[in-house]
Design a protein around this ligand. Structure first.
Ligand SMILES: [Zn+2]
Length: 164
């Protein structure tokens, strides 16, 4: 709708819609981040996120990126998660995003994505986002020692036999 209005020069209307979108996404991001931080608190867990380069850059580029809901909304979610977890003393770390969606979280093989599923050549099938999530959980955070990583593995919910 915004794109159509933009084309015909209805900029005020575009702005109204954009502001409404921003408020809706902001609410959603507040809810999601609150839930994630609540779960982390209840389970004495930390939070790991992919360090997404594009997200940092998109903020600098500013207005040009306002058209894409995606980049700024994830950046906002990341910010909300950071400040909410800090307020509650929950550790939050970032991992390298490389191949988190390509590797099998159980055996490390390179798998393929079919729709929403991740399929490992060695048989493991999972929701693609869940598989990527497990990979993120298993990775050491940037600047995090291997010892810390091992200590956190206890919280990943992955059956140990399955990962080995
Ligand atoms: Zn596998």
């Amino acid at each position: 709708m915004r794109r159509v209005l933009q084309k015909v020069g209805k900029y005020r209307k575009v702005k109204v819609i954009r502001n409404r979108e921003s408020r809706i996404v902001r609410d959603i991001n507040h809810n999601i981040s609150k839930k994630i931080v609540d779960i982390a608190a209840q389970t004495s867990s930390g939070i790991k996120l992919e360090k997404l380069d594009g997200i940092r850059k998109s903020r600098k580029r500013g207005r040009r990126f306002n058209g894409t809901l995606h980049s700024w909304s994830f950046y906002q979610l990341q910010n909300f998660l950071q400040y909410k977890s800090r307020l509650r003393g929950i550790p939050i770390v970032f991992v390298e995003p490389r191949n988190t969606s390509k590797e099998c979280s159980r055996c490390g093989s390179e798998g393929t994505r079919r729709g929403k599923s991740f399929v490992c050549p060695r048989g493991h099938v999972d929701h693609a986002d869940a598989n990527a999530g497990f990979n993120i959980a298993l990775r050491p955070g940037i600047g995090q020692s291997i010892v810390d990583r091992d200590a956190m593995e206890g919280n990943t919910d992955i059956p140990r036999g399955a990962t080995l």
